[in-house]
Design a protein around this ligand. Structure first.
Ligand SMILES: [Zn+2]
Length: 94
């Protein structure tokens, strides 16, 4: 998918960045199926390709990334920026 200006933000954990493509199943199983039975291998390959989804690289939640420049994305961004600890201010010496 096209990347929006400002990237993506995760609605689950607030991760700000690019979503990650996740492919279900394993390449090993796919190879094994192809080697021994042609048709199940084909079905397995199609299933893997069609079930690919975008997930958050931080919490791995599927379809949890929304454009950061959307109203909801802006709200999440502000919320997570407020909750992240700011560097200590040297106004209270001990
Ligand atoms: Zn996340």
């Amino acid at each position: 998918m096209a990347s929006p200006v400002g990237g993506w933000i995760c609605i689950r954990c607030g991760f700000h960045g690019q979503p990650m493509k996740v492919t279900k199943g394993s390449f090993g199983v796919e190879l094994l199926l192809w080697l021994f039975f042609c048709l199940p291998g084909l079905i397995y390959s199609i299933w893997r390709l069609t079930s690919r989804y975008d997930a958050c690289p931080s919490c791995l939640a599927p379809s949890s990334m929304i454009p950061a420049n959307s109203p909801e994305g802006q709200r999440l961004l502000a919320m997570h920026q407020a909750s992240t600890p700011s560097p200590p201010t040297p106004d209270m010496p001990k």
